[in-house]
Design a protein around this ligand. Structure first.
Ligand code: FAD
Ligand code: UDP
Length: 385
């Protein structure tokens, strides 16, 4: 009866399902959680404040096609994300910029460093902290080391549970040093938030006569992977039509080659009886605290509520599927060994002619939502018409 099965209803699964449904395919979505939207899920907490239950999510992209696609499912308001970091007791812009520099250095030194940076990187808007530290100019390299030690070292160690040298450079380089006064967290061309929240986007996307969603349903219990013959059984019957899988690849393959490492988070929400808790949407705590950042959701949603607000503290924890805290694989841990293990799984799944992997977990990539959506749009195009 169905033409395709999609496992997972985050952006990877929902966009693929909707694209196939628009082409006349009857699609079954299986979602193990009790709600749609994957990690983008947003709803009101018990005090009526809208929160992102799986961490703060801000839309930003340079991909026009992705933003245009999403506009079908929601109105958007323009939103530029700003983050402060608590460094030496002061709140300074993150990414570290000229304002941060002026706040933390004596004026004469700050002026000298700014001049050096402008002379060394003419016309450049941002630079990696890792590049700054390797700079031949002594003043610049010392400045790089200062920023690295105050902003990156402890935050990265907390977030990833290993010393920063062991973390892939691409992760550190997600947050540059800004050579100017731009204090936005992202520099992308399109930056916006959905007027009615993220969950409404998924509701609209999946509201289609060709889409059936089954919630609270673990695909692992209904799928059987015959690795030897590269065949998939669904509800004990051979399934030869497309199956799009957006969960963890190692789980799908029964951990055949061992577990892929992930990092997880313990989210602690707090309700406060004040209209505003902090002076920015997110405040990062690189050093003294056990958590990495605090988000105040009202900044992200524009919700107006007098005398109440909800904040979220993020405590990084090891991923353990059986643990009470840390049982969701939020971040793939990018390094050579883990990518080699992923490749082993991928080589195996490639042999299944009707299996398509999409998303942060299935592809073991540190994707932002726009990249996942772009990938899902391309994947859906490529699945036989
Ligand atoms: P998911 O949203 O994880 O969806 C996968 C779905 O599959 C889940 O619903 C899961 O329950 C389901 N599933 C898994 N296994 C099974 C199974 N066996 N059976 C049935 N269902 C199954 N990106 C941004 O662009 N901006 C941000 O500000 C941002 N902030 C982030 C903050 C945090 C803390 C995290 C962790 C990520 C953030 N991201 C952000 C990234 C963004 O969350 C992801 O890129 C995007 O949500 C990935 O979508 P996905 O569909 O691949 O995965
Ligand atoms: N990072 C840091 N200090 C900060 C912000 C980020 O050290 O104040 C590093 C850290 O290693 C983090 C990475 O930069 O994991 C990427 O940060 P981003 O904010 O993109 O992480 P995400 O929102 O995906 O958790």
């Amino acid at each position: 009866m169905f033409d395709a099965i999609v496992i997972g209803s985050g952006f990877a699964g929902s966009v693929t399902a909707r694209m196939l449904a628009d082409r006349g395919k009857k699609v079954l979505i299986i979602e193990k959680r009790a709600h749609i939207g994957g990690n983008m899920f947003e709803s009101n907490d018990h005090t009526g404040i809208s929160v992102h239950w799986y961490g703060p999510h801000i839309f930003h992209t340079n991909l026009k096609n992705v933003f245009e696609y999403l506009k079908q499912f929601s109105d958007w308001f323009s939103y530029e994300h700003r983050v402060l970091g608590k460094i030496d007791g002061q709140l300074v812009p993150i990414p570290f910029n000229f304002t941060s520099l002026e706040k933390l250095y004596p004026q004469k030194m700050a002026d000298e460093i700014k001049q050096k940076l402008q002379a060394y990187y003419p016309g450049q808007e941002k630079v990696s902290v890792l590049d700054l530290m390797c700079c031949k100019d002594d003043i610049i390299s010392k400045f790089g080391e200062f920023v690295y030690s105050k902003v990156f070292v402890n935050y990265t160690a907390k977030q990833w549970g290993v010393p920063p040298e062991k973390v892939d450079k691409s992760v550190i380089n997600r947050v540059p040093v800004v050579l100017g006064y731009d204090d936005r967290y992202f520099q992308d061309k399109y930056q916006a938030m959905p007027c009615n929240g993220f969950t409404r986007i998924f509701e609209n996307m999946l509201d289609h006569p060709n889409i059936t969603v089954q919630l609270s349903c673990d695909a692992a219990k209904r799928l059987e992977m015959d690795i030897e013959n590269s065949r998939i059984y669904f509800d004990r019957k051979l399934w030869e039509k497309p199956i799009i899988y957006t969960g963890a690849i190692d789980e799908l393959m029964g951990y055949e080659f061992g577990m892929l490492p992930y990092r997880s988070l313990d989210f602690v929400f707090e309700q406060h009886k004040v209209t505003s808790y902090q002076s920015a949407a997110v405040v990062n705590y690189p050093n003294e605290e056990d958590f990495t950042r605090i988000t105040e959701f009202k900044y992200l949603t524009r919700q107006e509520a007098q005398g109440k607000t909800t904040i979220l503290k993020e405590f990084p924890v090891p991923y353990d599927v059986k643990a009470e805290k840390g049982n969701i694989p939020y971040y793939p841990i990018i390094n050579e060994d883990n990518l080699a293990l992923y490749k082993k799984y991928k080589t195996c799944t490639d042999k299944f002619g009707n299996l398509y992997l999409c998303g942060r977990l299935a592809e073991y990539k540190y994707y932002n939502m726009d990249a996942v959506i772009d990938r899902a749009l391309q994947l859906a195009e490529s699945i036989g018409s």
